[in-house]
Design a protein. Structure first.
Length: 140
């Protein structure tokens, strides 16, 4: 449902980047919610923002890459992006666990993840200002 909803919104918004920055903002709020609100309330707010923020992950990634680089080298660029993503997905749980072992709390890990999402937001805003390539036409 979330992916269909995001697709519907993207079709009606002139700048796709605004939708993606909204989703990244939801992810940043999700990881910061448990820091600001303790107990079940913080967990519920985390869950709500995390679900909203991650609904369009793979769709958004493909749309961003094709808009930024065109479709000619899409597979190569997506392959490189997935290597970086997978590396992050392998490292961050261990880093969060090491932070917990060292401090007895996940607070610093949550701040670190919030900073990563804030950096992603800023990079997306910078990238959205770049000149877009001409999209190739596909012969019918």
């Amino acid at each position: 449902m979330g992916r269909v909803g995001v697709g519907f919104i993207v079709d009606r918004v002139g700048r796709f980047e605004y939708v993606i920055t909204g989703l990244i903002t939801c992810l940043a709020l999700a990881v910061l919610a448990p820091l600001l609100i303790t107990g079940t309330g913080g967990c519920l707010i985390f869950l709500a923002f995390w679900v909203i923020g991650t609904t369009a992950g793979s769709i958004a990634e493909a749309m961003l890459l094709t808009r930024a680089f065109g479709i000619q080298s899409f597979a190569t660029i997506l392959g490189a992006v997935v290597v970086v993503e997978t590396t992050g997905q392998l490292i961050t749980p261990s880093a969060a666990g090491a932070i917990f072992d060292a401090t007895g709390s996940y607070d610093f890990a949550l701040v670190m993840f919030g900073a990563i999402f804030a950096g992603s937001f800023l990079l997306l805003m910078l990238a959205s200002r770049m000149r877009r390539p001409l999209l190739e036409t596909v012969a019918a």
